[in-house]
Design a protein around this ligand. Structure first.
Ligand SMILES: [Zn+2]
Length: 315
C-alpha cells in the first residue's frame, strides 16, 4: 500500500559543496545514507572553470546514482558568498571568482537535470539539522567561524532566508567601533576580531595557521590563549543578543576555526555563559557533528527534499 509519505521518499539527493580549496559531492539514498562520494581541488582559474568542475562532478554522480536505480532531486550546489537562491544566481563569490553568474541556468543547460543553488553556511546548518548536531531540534542557530563569519537560522525546521536571501551575515556586525578597517570598508566588524585570520594575527602567527595557534594555547602560551579569549568574548557578546531576542537554546558552531576544538570552544562557552548570567535564557554551544561534511550533506538533503511540493525543504 503506497501512502503519500512513501511517494515522497523514493527520491535520493545529490549535493555539491564548493569551497575555496576543494569541491565535494555526495549522493544520498531516499533514507539519507551516503551511497557515493567524491572530491577534487577547486580550480584556481576563475568562475567558469569552477562551474565546469561542478557540472562534470554532478554528471558523474548522476550517472552513478542512475546506475544504482536511484532517482535524484535537483542537483543542489552550495556556494560561499552572496547568493540569490530564488533566482539561481551567484551574486558575488570573491573566493570562487564568480560575480552575477546565473549558475542554476547554466548548470541545468549543461546537465539536462534541474539544479538549485544555496549559501554554503545555510547548507551546513541544514546538514546539521538533518543528520548532525541539530537532529530533533526545531529552532537552531548555526555559526560558521572560518576565514569569514556567517550564521544561519532554522525556525520550525526551515532555513530562514530573509527578504533578499542573505539572512545571517553577522561578520559585519560592528564589534569595535574604532577598530581595524574591514574588507567591507567599515571599521571594527566582528570579522576583524573573531575570524580565523584575526585570531592568528592577534596570536602573532603571521602565516595564519590556526592549528599552530591552538597547539600554542594548549601548551599555555599566553598570547595564543589571549587571542582565543578575545575572539570568544566578541563572539559571545554578539551571540548573546541573538539568543535573547530569538529565544534560542542551541547555537551550533562549525567551520575551520571550530575544528581546533577546546582552545576555541571553551573560552566561547565561558564568555556566553557570562553574557547570559543575568537573564533567564541559557544557550548551549554545540560543535557541528559532521565537521567539514556539514555543507555537502546538507546540500544533498536539500536536493532530496526539494521536490516534495511543500515549497521549501522541511522535515
Ligand atoms: Zn566588514
Amino acid at each position: 500500500m503506497a501512502s503519500a509519505r512513501d511517494s515522497r521518499q523514493v527520491t535520493g539527493g545529490l549535493g555539491i559543496d564548493v569551497g575555496g580549496t576543494k569541491i565535494s559531492g555526495v549522493v544520498i539514498d531516499p533514507r539519507g545514507s551516503v551511497v557515493a562520494r567524491t572530491r577534487r581541488p577547486t580550480p584556481r582559474d576563475g568562475g567558469d572553470a569552477v562551474l565546469q568542475a561542478c557540472t562534470s562532478m554532478a554528471a558523474d554522480l548522476l550517472s552513478t546514482a542512475r546506475a544504482g536505480g536511484l532517482t535524484m532531486g535537483p542537483v543542489a550546489i552550495a556556494v560561499p558568498g552572496t547568493i540569490d537562491g530564488r533566482n539561481g544566481i551567484v551574486v558575488d563569490s570573491p573566493v570562487l571568482g564568480m560575480r552575477g553568474l546565473p549558475l542554476v541556468e547554466l548548470a541545468h543547460e549543461e546537465l539536462g537535470h534541474p539544479v538549485t543553488v544555496l549559501h554554503d553556511v545555510k547548507a551546513a546548518a541544514f546538514g546539521e539539522l538533518m543528520a548532525g548536531a541539530g537532529v530533533g531540534q526545531a529552532d537552531i542557530a548555526y555559526l560558521n567561524v572560518g576565514t569569514g563569519l556567517s550564521m544561519a537560522f532554522v525556525f520550525g525546521w526551515k532555513i530562514h532566508q530573509g527578504a533578499g536571501g542573505t539572512a545571517g551575515e553577522i561578520g559585519h556586525v560592528i564589534a569595535e567601533p574604532d577598530g581595524q578597517v574591514c574588507n567591507c570598508g567599515r571599521r571594527g566588524c566582528l570579522e576583524t576580531v573573531a575570524s580565523g585570520p584575526a585570531i592568528a594575527r592577534r596570536a602573532g602567527h603571521a602565516d595564519g595557521r590556526l592549528e599552530a595557534v591552538a597547539e600554542a594555547a594548549r601548551r599555555g602560551d599566553p598570547r595564543a590563549n589571549e587571542a582565543f579569549l578575545v575572539a570568544g568574548e566578541h563572539l559571545a557578546h554578539v551571540l548573546a543578543d541573538f539568543v535573547m531576542v530569538l529565544d534560542l537554546s542551541v547555537v551550533m558552531v562549525g567551520g575551520g576555526v571550530t575544528s581546533v576544538g577546546a582552545p576555541f570552544l571553551e573560552p566561547l562557552r565561558l564568555a556566553l555563559d557570562r553574557e547570559l548570567s543575568d537573564v533567564v535564557q541559557a544557550a548551549r554551544i554545540v560543535p557541528a557533528a559532521l565537521g567539514g561534511d556539514s555543507g555537502v550533506i546538507g546540500a544533498a538533503h536539500w536536493s532530496r527534499l526539494a521536490q516534495d511540493g511543500r515549497g521549501s525543504p522541511a522535515w
